[in-house]
Design a binder for this molecule. Structure first.
Ligand SMILES: [Zn+2]
Length: 398
């Protein structure tokens, strides 16, 4: 019999070590899909893109990407020695260097109203109410804005579609479909094993819900997007501030806006095979060029139309992009896996005194005096800012 059992065991351990490391519900990446980008980017541009947009710290990317004279080597699988070789273009000028070149008329724009709303807004944590007031549901507000933006852009000749038209999920999955996944997650979370039985089942239930309303939902939307091949995706959200006291729900005075592009992949994120691939895929598509261009115009439009100050991040999870204030890069599931340039809008603090009051007033026509100023309704102001920003951006296209 000899030592065959040992060989078998080593083989088993070896295959375990090189098993793909993927985020929840992600497919293993197809690295050969990068082949069409061979020799399309210079070494200098590749490094600049990493440093200024996608991964600002060498220590975050250096375990996964080796930059040599003529090629970048990208580790295909966590824990294995398989590499994807991306050859650089020889000249410093890149082969298909893109500039943002489309107009509203004739362009395909996809609007993604953030979250689900309706019966799911409490579960997805995008719901709050104070006393007997109408509850605030981000998903429903986002859909109202998206529908207005759609009709206005269509009037200007764009082809516009939404990822959802109702306050209902796009995914056909539901939390119960993630029993096994949540259990295997729980088994790995050893520090949770000492909790009370009630607390344990609460954590598992929350995990199943998260797989449903975030992961599975965004993957379902990404599949719609893959079929539609839009020129641009606008993700519509409203921001909220942490409650000073979660028990009391007292409104905050902070109110601001910011606009996100994709980028700022941190070390722990690049350890996932799919996230590493997705970052390189976006970089090679040069989607950051259009994202930044549109985002900067959006940021200026929101500053001008709403009078709000720009929000600035402090932590390492966001990276300042360019000089225009309010434009930041973050790595979010939606702006990572949606296959097109994605501009992610985060104006207004929904639980601020002023915005809360405006949300309660609903979609009135004309203007009302709010905080001593004549304002149109919040949904309309949001939609008009988006259309104005896009018009400004695309009228300047060379
Ligand atoms: Zn949101």
């Amino acid at each position: 019999m000899g030592k065959w059992w040992l060989v078998g065991l080593l083989y088993f351990l070896g295959s375990f070590m090189t098993e793909a490391k993927l985020t929840d519900l992600a497919e293993p990446p197809d690295w050969s899909s990068l082949d069409s980008f061979q020799k399309s980017i210079s070494k200098q541009e590749f490094i600049t893109q990493l440093n200024e947009v996608y991964c600002p710290r060498d220590s975050w990317w250096s375990p996964w990407i080796e930059v040599e004279k003529n090629r970048a080597r990208i580790r295909k699988k966590n824990g294995s020695d398989e590499w994807y070789d991306l050859h650089f273009s020889e000249s410093n000028k890149s082969a298909n260097q893109s500039s943002c070149s489309f107009q509203i008329s004739g362009s395909k724009i996809l609007i993604d109203p953030g979250h689900i709303g309706g019966d799911f807004s409490v579960m997805e944590g995008r719901h709050f109410s104070i006393g007997d007031d109408k509850p605030v549901m981000e998903g429903e507000l986002a859909l109202s804005v998206a529908l207005l933006v759609k009709s206005e852009l269509e009037r200007k000749g764009a082809e516009v579609d939404l990822t959802r038209y109702y306050n209902e999920p796009v995914t056909i999955s539901r939390p119960k479909d993630f029993d096994d996944l949540a259990m295997s997650w729980f088994r790995k979370m050893e520090w949770l094993h000492g909790l009370s039985e009630d607390e344990k089942s609460m954590r598992i239930k929350k995990r199943k819900e998260l797989y449903f309303y975030r992961v599975s939902e965004i993957i379902a939307r990404s599949e719609i997007i893959r079929k539609k091949k839009p020129d641009l995706i606008l993700c519509i959200h409203l921001n909220a501030a942490p409650w000073p006291d979660p028990e009391k729900k007292s409104l905050v005075s902070r109110n601001d806006y910011h606009v996100l592009v994709n980028g700022c992949y941190m070390g722990g994120e690049l350890a996932y095979d799919n996230q590493r691939y997705e970052m390189i895929w976006r970089l090679l598509n040069r989607w950051d060029v259009s994202e930044r261009f549109i985002a900067e115009h959006m940021s200026k439009a929101f500053a001008q139309n709403t009078g709000l100050p720009a929000f600035a991040y402090k932590g390492p999870n966001a990276l300042k992009i360019g000089e225009v204030e309010g434009v930041w890069a973050r790595n979010l599931l939606a702006n990572r896996i949606y296959e097109a340039p994605v501009v992610f809008l985060e104006p207004y603090i929904a639980n601020s005194e002023v915005v809360y009051q405006r949300i309660q007033l609903g979609e009135y026509s004309g203007t009302k005096i709010i905080n001593g100023e004549l304002r149109s309704n919040l949904i309309l102001e949001y939609a008009e800012s988006v259309v104005y920003g896009l018009e400004k951006a695309l009228s300047k296209t060379e």
